[in-house]
Design a protein around this ligand. Sequence first.
Ligand code: GSH
Length: 211
Amino acid sequence: MITLYGMPSTASMAPHILLREIGLPFDLKLLSREKAEHKSDDYRRLNPNGRVPTLVDGDLVLFEAAAICLHLADSYPAAGLAPALGTAERAHFYKWLVYLTNTVQADMLVYFYPERHAEGEAAQATVRSMAEERLFGQFVLLDRELGGNLWFLGERYSAVDPYLFMLARWTRFMTKPARTLPNLGPYLARVLARPAVQAVFAAEGLSDPYY
Ligand SMILES: N[C@@H](CCC(=O)N[C@@H](CS)C(=O)NCC(=O)O)C(=O)O
C-alpha cells in the first residue's frame, strides 16, 4: 500500500491529486504543522529535510513533490499523465515540470519563509515583495504559454496540471493572484472541477477560496 505524507494545501497536493487521478488505493497521512510532526525524528527518518511530501511505496521512500509526480506518472502509464518517452512532447513535459518546481516553487518558498532569507521585519518584507513580483512575472509567462489550450500541454491532462494548479492556489492571497490572468483564470476552474481535485479538497478539509 502506498502512503503519502503531507500537510493540507502544501507541496503534497500535486502528488495527492495524481494518486486520485490514477485511482490507486493509498493511505494519506496528514501531519500537524502546529505539532511540528514534520520535524519529528520518526518523520525525518523518511525525509531528512523535515518537509512534505514524502511517498512510501513498499521499500521505496521518495521525497521532492516533482519526483513523486514523475514516479507516479511513470509507474501507471495507463493513466496517461505524461507524454510518450523520447518524444518532443515528453521533453516539454519535463521542461515545464522542472520550471514549476525549480523556479516557481523555489520563489514560493522565499515568499512563504522570508525569515530564512533576511533578518528583521523590513528586510523580510522586501524579500517577500520581490519574490511576489518575480512570481507574478512567472505566472504571466505560464499564462502566455497556456494560451487557449484546454490543459497546460494541450488536449491531454498531464502531471503538469495539478502541479501548476497547486502553485497557482498559493497565490490566492497575493496582490495579483494567478486567477486574475486571462487564460489561467478559466483553466484553474477547469482543473478544480475534476473529481480527483474535488476529492483532494474534501480530504484535506479545504474550503473557498480554492485558488
Ligand atoms: N522541494 C520540496 C519542497 C518541500 C517543502 O518545502 N514543503 C513545505 C510545504 S509546501 C514544507 O514542508 N515546509 C515546512 C518547512 O519547511 O519547515 C518539494 O517539492 O517536495
